[in-house]
Design a protein around this ligand. Structure first.
Ligand code: IPD
Ligand code: CA
Ligand code: CA
Length: 275
């Protein structure tokens, strides 16, 4: 117990250094992913479910990240999308999407990214999103600003949805909730300055953090899609909630992230839906 407290203190006092090591690792593994671009044969692509793909690139990236992060923080545990490692849940846990935007990657369309979050007792204390195609590393840690390649980033200053670019995503597959979800999409198409579907949720969140997007919402995402990006948005001055305005946005499957100024307006558009 005492050693656990010391370990926590060590981590909290060294978050900046841990973040710096994590960004370096993400950049290194990103080089591996980039080198594989255009090389994945059709036979090497597996269907996880309808229109949900994975290849050896996602899995190799994950193994490299787990190995590297295990060296940065020995004895930490992992929640990873591709489950190349199974570890008990613990107070200090990495949450990893080894390749967010797999379909983009397979079709050689930008963007795609690595997303890494560090949580202490389910509170995210560090987040890194490395967007590989533009060599853009977004990162933050508890108590710090949010950064893009060394420069501080901030959310946008748009006050209305009418003046905003709103990003969203669609979980692959057929879902009975899709009609309700499309109603929200229609609302924003009719109301906002523009709507974008990027194909990489971690990057969508990073783009909210740096003000390129004014808001992002998506239904049915996983913790590895959003944990790092949500912290980026918050540390850049934005607001994050679930579709009901609550705080269950990492493990709860719905997320709204924006500049804070349009949060109420975005929620008002979503709450009437049956989602
Ligand atoms: C997907 C992307 C996409 C989102 C999907 C996710 P993956 O993640 O983030 O933008 O719409 O719901 O599953 O499978 O490419 O890591
Ligand atoms: Ca993902
Ligand atoms: Ca992924």
């Amino acid at each position: 117990m005492v050693s656990e407290v010391f370990r926590l203190l060590f981590i909290m006092e060294n978050l900046e250094k841990i973040c710096q090591q994590t960004t370096q690792l993400a950049r290194n593994v990103g080089q591996y992913i980039k080198a594989e671009l255009g090389s994945v044969m059709v036979e090497a692509i597996e269907h996880k479910s309808l229109n949900n793909f994975v290849s050896y690139v996602d899995k190799t990236s994950e193994k490299k990240l787990v190995e590297g992060l295990g060296k940065i923080l020995p004895a930490s545990t992992f929640l990873t999308e591709e489950e190349t490692i199974t570890s008990e849940e613990s107070a200090i846990q990495w949450i990893i999407d080894p390749l967010d935007g797999t379909t983009n990657f397979l079709h050689q369309i930008p963007p795609f990214a690595i997303s890494i979050a560090l949580q202490y007792q389910k509170r995210t204390v560090l987040g890194v999103v490395y967007e590989i195609t533009r060599d853009e590393c977004f990162y933050t840690w508890e108590g710090a600003a949010a950064y893009l390649n060394g420069s501080v980033i901030k959310v946008s200053v748009q006050h209305t949805v009418e003046d905003s670019v709103i990003a969203t995503g669609f979980m692959p597959g057929k879902h009975d909730w899709m009609p309700a979800y499309l109603d929200i999409f229609t609302y924003f198409i009719n109301t906002a300055r523009g709507v974008r579907r990027h194909g990489a949720a971690a990057v969508d969140l990073a783009y909210v953090a740096c003000g390129r997007f004014d808001a992002f919402y998506e239904y049915n995402l996983h913790a590895w899609d959003v944990a790092a990006g949500a912290l980026l948005v918050q540390q850049a001055g934005g607001k994050v909630s679930d579709f009901r305005g609550g705080l269950n946005y990492i493990f709860g499957g719905s997320i709204i992230a924006d500049n804070g100024l349009i949060h109420e307006e975005v929620i008002k558009a979503i709450i009437p839906s049956s989602l």
